[in-house]
Write a protein that binds this ligand. Sequence first.
Ligand code: PLP
Length: 329
Amino acid sequence: MSQRFRDRLELISYPTRLEELKNLRKVLNAKQRLFIKRDDLTEIGLGGNKNRKLDYVMKEAVDNGADTIITFGAKQSNHCRQTLAYAVHLGLECHLFLTGEDDTPHQGNLFIYDIFGAHLHFVEDENDFPIVSENLTAELIAKGKKPYVIKFAASSPLGALGYIDSIQEISEQAKVVGADIGHLFLASGSGGTQAGAEVGARLFLPNAKIHGVSVSRKYDEQAPKIADLATQTATFIGRNFIFEKSDIIIHDKYFGEKYGIPTVLGIDAIKLLGRTEAILLDPVYTGKAFSALLDLLQKGELDDGRDIAFLHTGGYPAIFNFTEAFYEK
Ligand SMILES: Cc1ncc(COP(=O)(O)O)c(C=O)c1O
């Protein structure tokens, strides 16, 4: 019987699939069994990790009587796409604050914002988000609206509950297929996914290591962020778990030059998974995270006789914005 800490909207189907990557294992000649958790296939708005978080956060918005959602992100934000899709699904208006100018072709997620009918606002600096969203909130309230602001990437303790659930599912699914998951790799950005997974692992997969693969920050910056949010998330569900920086694994050598710039290893990882399993990763998050898994596996650093899983957090709509990176010599 699954344990749930709050009610959720259930707009997506649970559990997502845990698939075995048998072709990839053969090509790599890997000793361990390899699995992938298909959180990219959560139905709303082309799927991805935010949907699990939004199933909780949007419930709070609806319960508060909100009729308008406000959130933020990069121009190619998967979080913005999924939040917008939830809003459309629930019949709510949605305002997206995006960083930068409206000076690039509307491709990938930016194209989808237009199709799903977002109200787009462009801001120079992401540090302006609090003030611009406050101003818009006041403006909307003056017009008789009920806005609800969603924190960056829905990475609050409430949103992180979605990743306690995902780990609980993995633990149950692993038992069914006789797998012993010792390592779970995931892309670590704003941190809600990893923080939820850390709490989920303490509860349901206590002997597994959560390998966060940073998409932008070095260990010293990312690990305390994750530890903090994981501790807050545990408190939120009434568990007295303390997470220290030293409890958190962050691989910070795989994001390359900076956030959003594809890496050679990431592109190779995308091609390898595409050619062996016909599963699509993206160059900003999952491709880089998967490249860490492959690199450490090939270096023998995961050789403890236990199986390995990868959390597919989605993001592939952005791949169509990066096609040139796949043809560069
Ligand atoms: C595809 C994808 N994977 C992983 C992440 C990272 O999740 P989090 O922000 O919860 O760390 C994101 C965040 O935007 C994402 O879009």
